[in-house]
Design a binder for this molecule. Structure first.
Ligand code: NDP
Ligand code: AKB
Length: 266
């Protein structure tokens, strides 16, 4: 038996480890067929085997380096042509945590290519089909570092800031349709990205680290509750509301057409 036909196909980028691997498992459990994207073929194959035999779904692997123009184009073409896709999770991401002066241009560019360019082009690939059917779900994984910067995260935070504003923009663009667009802002989660980025998890305050399962389950609970922006680890809803309110009011306050009094010389 192949997945629940009504659920269609869910695409998970960065499904070979961490949050993406758990998203893939949770979506398989919900009855989606899956398309999994990442570079590590062996990992994708073993995840696909496990999920197919456990949940009776169909899994297709797209082995691709989303930082490579050619591979990205292939994935874009595949997703554009696949009308069975009902959900895309733009989860693949990479980080180098260091000052800009000690981070190579190649590593800075890799963050831009994977975290921004691939996320945008893959969204472009599915949105027209979602619009045609007036249904579909897009989940973009940003980060708390999308609205906060550390001395070692200028580029990474910049890329995640893009994801935050891009996702808000898509939400405005698709308002009034049946297309769901969810922004997820995880905080520190126990995944390989920390080793990849040059800061081992062991160097962090252990009390701040969430498990991948808790993070993904919170994100999907936020989706089920119809949230536009989900902050898996923020307990105080008032903080989220105040932030949303402040950013909207600051924008509205900027629409005055005149310099603020403090900038006017007497
Ligand atoms: N862990 C954390 O603390 C937080 C993570 N996030 C975000 O969560 C998302 C998932 O990361 P996480 O699970 O933590 O980390 P992982 O390192 O475990 O997962 C990253 C995934 O992205 C894939 N990926 C990375 N680079 C490429 C590439 N060039 N081409 C294709 N796939 C790529 C990796 O696959 P492969 O190597 O096989 O290509 C892997 O599957 C990222 O967007 C990250 O920024 C946000 C906030 C906090
Ligand atoms: C700093 C990181 O690399 C982490 N993925 C995060 O977004 O907090």
């Amino acid at each position: 038996m192949n997945g629940n036909k009504e659920m269609g196909t869910a695409v998970v980028t960065g499904a070979s480890s961490g949050l993406g691997e758990v998203f893939a498992e949770r979506l398989a459990k919900r009855g989606y067929n899956l398309k999994l994207v990442a570079r590590r073929k062996d990992r994708l194959e073993s995840i696909a085997d496990k999920l197919q035999s456990k949940y009776g779904i169909t899994v297709t692997n797209l082995v691709a380096d989303l930082g490579s123009e050619t591979d990205l184009k292939n994935v874009v073409n595949d997703l554009s042509a696949d009308k069975s896709i009902t959900l895309l999770i733009n989860n693949a991401g990479t980080s180098t945590l260091a000052s800009t002066t000690t981070t190579s241009v190649a590593k800075q560019k890799a963050m831009v290519d994977v975290n921004i360019t691939a996320l945008m082009l893959l969204s472009n690939a599915v949105i027209p089909n979602f619009v045609e059917k007036n249904e579909g779900t897009l989940i973009n994984i940003a980060s708390v570092l999308g609205f906060y910067s550390l001395p070692i995260s200028a580029v990474y935070s910049g890329t995640k800031g893009f994801v935050v504003q891009y996702t808000h923009g898509l939400q405005e663009e698709l308002k009034g349709t049946n297309i769901r667009v969810q922004l997820v802002n995880p905080a520190t989660t126990a995944t390989e990205i920390w080793e990849v980025g040059g800061v081992p998890l062991s160097a962090l305050d252990q009390a701040t680290i969430m498990t991948t399962e808790n993070c993904v389950d919170a994100a999907l609970s936020g989706l089920d509750q119809g949230e536009l922006a989900t902050h898996p680890s923020v307990n105080d809803q008032k903080l989220i509301d105040a932030y949303e309110d402040a950013r909207i009011k600051l924008f509205q306050g900027s629409q005055s057409g005149r310099p603020a009094d403090r900038y006017i010389q007497n």
